[in-house]
Design a protein around this ligand. Structure first.
Ligand SMILES: [Mg+2]
Length: 427
């Protein structure tokens, strides 16, 4: 059912920021650096800590400690009410910085994200160098207080668990030859995917520690979880790269975006759609893949959904993808024009490149060499643009229609209306 990657082939890099809210407070207020700090949900002496700096943790203060108890343990402690808008703003800056080094595959919570290494980065040496680059970039361009623990491994689950092993500022690698020894001391509830219910069922089956968990067979895991999730968990834990082998993850690169404000009008929606295509194309080139098809979807507020599937000669050329959108856009405009009022607004656009392949297309009797050469030249130009945008923090080169749009952030999904909990990890 699932194919396995090479036993030492590192695929994933997981970044977990340490004591994130407290670190942002220390970042913004230099007088707090090196001091015990807690962050509380409200400006009240009767609340409890939702984050504690490492200086506070050393005194036995952690998430959940009441303000009164924290003051008893450390009369000098700095107590700061949470500033969620600020945590989200710094989060966005961090994601932009990380994307200079590696594409962010999934934002798991406000202080955690999963990234995918490219095929030149799968050795210990290259993967660790990439992780150190990210740490250096964050320290230099955002600030030295925002430390992260980075885990490197063969599956998203193991990369996440590796990031948990050394804090703060860790860099930990787990490859399949180190299992299960590297994780035998891990309590079961510290593993994403094991909640109270699963823990109870595991205990009933006699599994109370990591060694027992490790020995489970896929079918047993499936039965204990009560769904295919158990089997997925088994493969993730044993270092199988399920995401890559799942058709949806392996064969598509793309993004979707729920539109708001000015972007719900057709001209605004078109700018976002183009940005999604450009971002997907940039990631395609990052992985050195070629796409032979693109699927585009637009949903209107009226509930009408319009889809377009384009098939073409495999390419890395962003212009090719944009041309497909241009060819389809008049159909969207027809529907928009025939709708009235709020129904004419667009609610969502999404774009996926698929039919991905590692090799450029072979020569084709019906395609002139000039045509192929032109496509390759344009793709090479886009590779240069990718390099410039990666090297400089801001979007150094953008199409004029995209100017001012937060392109780097498109496609990254995070709930802005609330602060996600670390437990929301769902890779
Ligand atoms: Mg964290």
């Amino acid at each position: 059912m699932f194919a396995r990657t090479g036993p030492h082939e590192l695929r994933y890099l997981f970044i977990d920021f340490n004591a994130y809210f407290a670190s942002v407070e220390q970042h913004d207020e230099p007088a707090l650096r090196g001091r015990p700090v807690i962050v509380t949900p409200l400006k009240s002496e009767y609340s409890g800590a939702i984050a504690a700096s490492y200086e506070a943790k050393a005194l036995g203060i952690s998430r959940g400690t009441s303000v009164a108890e924290a003051r008893r343990l450390c009369p000098d402690i700095a107590v700061r009410p949470a500033r969620h808008d600020r945590y989200v703003a710094i989060h966005k800056e961090l994601m932009v910085e990380i994307e200079r080094h590696i594409p962010v595959e999934q934002v798991c919570s406000i202080d955690e994200c999963l990234c995918e290494l490219d095929r030149t980065e799968t050795t210990r040496l290259a993967a660790e160098a990439k992780a150190r680059d990210i740490k250096r970039g964050i320290a230099r361009n955002i600030g030295p207080m925002l430390k992260a623990s980075i885990g490197l491994s063969t599956s998203p689950l193991l990369a996440k668990l590796a990031s948990e092993l050394v804090k703060p500022d860790g860099l930990t690698l787990i490859d399949n030859s180190m299992l299960p020894d590297a994780l035998v001391d891990l309590p079961l509830r510290a593993i994403p995917g094991i909640g109270e219910g699963v823990e109870t069922r595991l205990a009933r089956a006699g599994v109370n520690d990591f060694t027992g968990l490790w020995k489970l067979q896929p079918k047993q895991a499936r039965a204990l979880w009560g769904s295919v999730e158990g089997e997925r968990f088994y493969y993730g834990l044993h270092g199988y790269d399920i995401r890559r082998e799942t058709p949806a993850a392996k064969r598509m690169i793309g993004h979707s975006r729920v539109l708001s404000g000015e972007y719900r009008r057709s001209d605004g929606a078109r700018i976002v759609a183009r940005a999604l295509i450009l971002k997907a194309a940039s990631r395609l080139r990052y992985y050195d893949l070629h796409a032979g098809a693109m699927h585009f979807t637009a949903k209107l507020a009226s509930g009408i959904a319009l889809g377009h599937e384009a098939v073409f000669r495999p390419t890395q050329n962003s212009w090719r993808f944009l041309r497909e959108l241009d060819a389809f856009w008049p159909q969207i405009m027809d529907v928009v024009r025939s709708s009235d009022g709020a129904n004419a607004e667009l609610k969502l656009v999404s774009c996926y490149l698929h039919d991905l392949r590692a090799e450029p297309p072979p020569l084709d009797l019906f395609v002139s060499r000039e045509e192929d050469a032109r496509d390759a030249r344009q793709a090479a130009l886009w590779c240069c643009i990718d390099d410039l945008n990666r090297r400089y923090r801001k979007q150094a080169v953008v199409l004029s229609s995209q100017y001012g749009l937060d392109l780097n952030y498109l496609g990254v999904k995070i709930a802005f209306s609330r602060v996600p909990e670390a437990a929301e990890f769902e890779c």
